[in-house]
Design a protein around this ligand. Sequence first.
Ligand code: 13P
Ligand code: SF4
Length: 357
Amino acid sequence: MTIAEAKLIKIREQVQEHLSLSARSTMTPHRRMELERLIRTQLIRENAVIVAHYYTAPEVQALAEATGGCVSDSLEMARFGRDHPADTLIVAGVKFMGETAKILTPDKRVLMPDLEATCSLDLGCPADEFAAFCDAHPDREVVVYANTSAAVKARADWVVTSSIALDVAEHLAAQDRKIIWAPDRHLGDYVRRSTGADILMWDGACIVHEEFKARGVADLKQVHPEAAVLVHPESPASVIALADRVGSTTQIINAAREMPNDTFIVATDQGIFFKLQQAAPNKQFLIAPTAGEGATCRSCANCPWMAMNDLEGLARVFDERDNEIRIDPGLGQAAMRPLERMLVFAQELNTGVLGRA
Ligand code: 13P
Ligand code: SF4
């Protein structure tokens, strides 16, 4: 067994343990109201705002919205945190999202309900091994996914999120630049197939999206032939091949709103259903199957690290001894360069400077 395989097995064991723990936790409506009141008071007292990802629990997303925070994909979380005037950002997501917020706004305090909330992509790309990989291929532009540590970002020329990955790769391919792509091999493979870019791939994967099954999606599609299939590009190529739309979490939500279909099969974390139902209340959303032949269904379309963000944790975020994201200033500056490059690129795309209004 290789070291990478052993690491993945360990991660899967932790996931299983966490999922069985969270399945046991329940909250009474009274406790929920009590916690919401407490969090609202603290947000005002500390001039703080919640920046939440679509995969967090519905009650976390609802509270973020109701208190003037944001619920979004990782690109918009970065932008929102950078531009919001609050002194403190409470990031309800996973660690790389908190780190991104801190890198972009080093003067703000960035807190997270649980600093152990990580990501299998981040875990699967240790900075020292990645630096050696890059050193061995100095002729290649280094493009890393946002789901990485600050140290990995500091080694990169570009950071991308799934909503902008294709555009950046197309831009580099048009200049005949060769690329190192890390860490998600499914996203990288999708980008390579879509753009024809010359990509050398790091071997990482998202343990949640990797479990979607093409066979299961095809079977479900037989039962619901009218359904459109929406797929996050961290999913395997065989699942992407069945998609009517492939895109980031925000792009999936937009597709559900815009497409004429009444039913959708969705291959991404189930947390997104809260926003999908808000965006298209009269439509039906079905989770893409993770079970079937050869299935392990360890995550069952629920990111165990996103699930670490709950109201209890948010209520404790100012009390705990160490819930603060801290990044060495030198490292932060190095990581800020490729991150800002992505944000400038995104803005230029949106304003039409780069030819796509
Ligand atoms: P988005 O950039 O689409 O929000 O995805 C982040 C993520 O972690 C997906 O698993
Ligand atoms: Fe990472 Fe996958 Fe969880 Fe997203 S869903 S945070 S990529 S483990």
